[in-house]
Ligand binder design. Structure first.
Ligand code: ADP
Ligand code: MG
Length: 363
């Protein structure tokens, strides 16, 4: 029999696989029950979607059901309207019927808007009107039963002019009837949206950050995954924990590689860890190189310095000819795009990008 890897690392986890986020999960559940508009911010692949899936699954056990709206890669109002339509149409719980009934009373059929919007200009509905009508379906459903709405990948909305305004006008008088959470990865867009005083509806949201996974949580996931499939993670768990530095998705990717190199009944060794590291490097190095090549040179130099543990205003910066003004602007951009994070000090978010940078540029 072929055992499946206990370490999925692509896409969100199943709710029951989410561990190590208990405190944040409780906090989010509490906010949703109190109907506080919440924005969950954090780097890509830090587990925002996974955690919200877990929290909303837990809430559904006691009451509120969820409409999940995924705004990944929007480029137009039509994309936004059809994302909301898809979200409403993909509800499977008893709520589905309520939504269909309300939509019917507004002469809407859920799940077909994408097709309608693809018609020729003369025959297609106005996306703004469609969006407004769909948001009204949400609001009316919330009058009948407790409802959570998740807007995932909300930073996607930054590219659609006027979209925040439409959402605001439809939702601002009803936010106390609905539990709304926005999740997003692009720090600059998220911060701009949620701290802009010109948009009071969004500015009132509580900003909640999802941080790195605690080292002991990473260690526990790895050990449990190995033990549950008849393997031992042995003495290399601290190496893995140190290397991934709390990055949830990279932790699972490294654990998966280590697991694949460890036979059933066996225990991973230092050699297994080296082999796993080589496997993952082989699969991600080209991506790191492409990403790096697309950055302006000030940002490249800044990343090099930070990955090597130097200060962007110190000797290390001097060595790579990084002027303070350039470094300042580069740091802003890199933090805004989620490549760097400000913790106690500046840090490269992705440990595998940092690892590539250190191998490629020794200083
Ligand atoms: N609590 C967790 N424990 C272990 N791994 C996690 C956890 N949350 C996320 N991950 C890992 O990160 C990956 C990406 O998670 P996802 O929820 O899609 O992140 P985001 O929505 O922030 O981009 C998952 O496939 C999984 O490998
Ligand atoms: Mg996500």
């Amino acid at each position: 029999m072929i055992t499946r890897s206990p370490f999925p690392f692509q896409g969100p986890l199943a709710p029951e696989q989410v561990t190590g986020r208990e405190e944040l999960g409780r906090d989010l559940a509490e906010r949703l029950l109190q109907r506080r508009v919440t924005a969950l911010l954090g780097p890509r692949r830090y587990g925002k979607t996974s955690l919200l899936k877990r929290v909303t699954a837990d809430l559904a056990q006691v009451g509120p059901e969820t409409v999940w709206i995924d705004l990944y890669e929007l480029s137009s109002m039509a994309d936004l309207a059809s994302a909301v339509d898809q979200g409403l149409a993909s509800v499977t719980s008893p709520l589905a019927r309520t939504l269909r009934d309300i939509a019917g009373s507004l002469s809407l059929r859920l799940g077909v808007l994408g097709l309608e919007l693809a018609r020729s200009r003369r025959d297609r509905p106005d996306p703004v009107l469609s969006l407004r009508a769909l948001l009204r379906v949400l609001v009316r459903a919330a009058e009948r039963q407790p409802l959570v709405v998740v807007f995932d990948e909300f930073s996607g909305i930054g590219d659609v002019k006027k979209a925040p305004g439409v959402l605001r006008t439809e939702l601002q008088h009803h936010y106390q009837d609905l539990s709304i959470v926005f999740a997003g990865s692009q720090p600059s867009t998220m911060r701009a949206l949620f701290t802009d005083q010109a948009e009071p509806f969004f500015a009132q949201a509580d900003l909640v950050e999802i941080g790195p996974l605690a080292d002991n949580a990473v260690a526990a996931v790895v050990e449990d995954g190995f033990a549950g499939t008849g393997r031992g993670a042995g003495g290399v768990v601290p190496d893995l924990v140190h290397f991934v530095d709390g990055h949830p998705q990279r932790a699972m990717q490294m654990a998966d590689a280590l697991w694949r190199r460890t036979d059933e009944g066996a225990t991973a060794t230092a050699e297994t860890w080296e082999a796993a590291l080589a496997d993952v490097r082989a699969s991600v190095d080209a991506g790191s190189e492409r990403l790096f090549a697309l950055l302006p040179s000030g940002q490249q130099r800044t990343l090099r310095v930070v990955a090597n543990g130097g200060s962007v205003f110190g000797t290390a910066a001097d060595v790579v000819d990084l002027a303070p003004g350039t470094a300042q602007a580069a740091v802003e951009s890199l933090v805004g795009n989620g490549y760097l994070a400000r913790g106690d000090r500046l840090q490269v978010v992705d440990p595998l990008l940092a690892d590539w940078l250190r191998r490629r540029f020794p200083f």
